[in-house]
Design a protein. Structure first.
Length: 143
């Protein structure tokens, strides 16, 4: 990618380093992710993920807000530095479990499934951080 990823004063791989799920990942791996990630510019109301669809990748929000709508659950909002789509990447069926739509205009970065799986093998700390994210989301669904 020739574009810089910016949040505040951070650019490129340094921005990715600020994503909690990628905390502690090597600079080489961050540069690899920067090279393979695809920007997705969003507009309010745009559906990014549909429940029941195959999960082709993980999304990281750079700008704006997205809303995760889960059947029978309260919706949750995610903003810069947060990710969605990880659950479908970690199950054998790889099926999306929620609808995600842009609440505001913004930008997300899509990381393909195969590259994310490779990332977990190369950098096991990502799996540990991902477990924390999943555990918090599970806790948020409990009464």
């Amino acid at each position: 990618m020739t574009e810089d990823w910016e949040i505040g004063d951070a650019k490129g791989a340094s921005w990715l380093a600020s994503v909690p799920m990628l905390e502690g990942v090597s600079e080489d791996t961050l540069q690899h992710l920067e090279a393979i990630a695809t920007p997705v510019d969003t507009s309010p109301g745009q559906v990014l993920v549909q429940p029941g669809a195959p999960g082709a990748g993980l999304f990281v929000v750079q700008e704006g807000t997205v809303e995760v709508e889960r059947p029978g659950q309260n919706s949750i909002e995610l903003g810069p530095g947060q990710a969605f789509g990880e659950l479908a990447l970690l199950t054998d069926a790889g099926i999306r479990s929620a609808r995600v739509r842009a609440k505001t205009g913004g930008r997300c970065w899509a990381i393909p499934r195969a590259d994310f799986v490779d990332l977990i093998h190369r950098e096991p700390s990502v799996a540990v951080h991902l477990l924390a994210v999943l555990a918090q989301r599970l806790a948020d669904t409990l009464p």
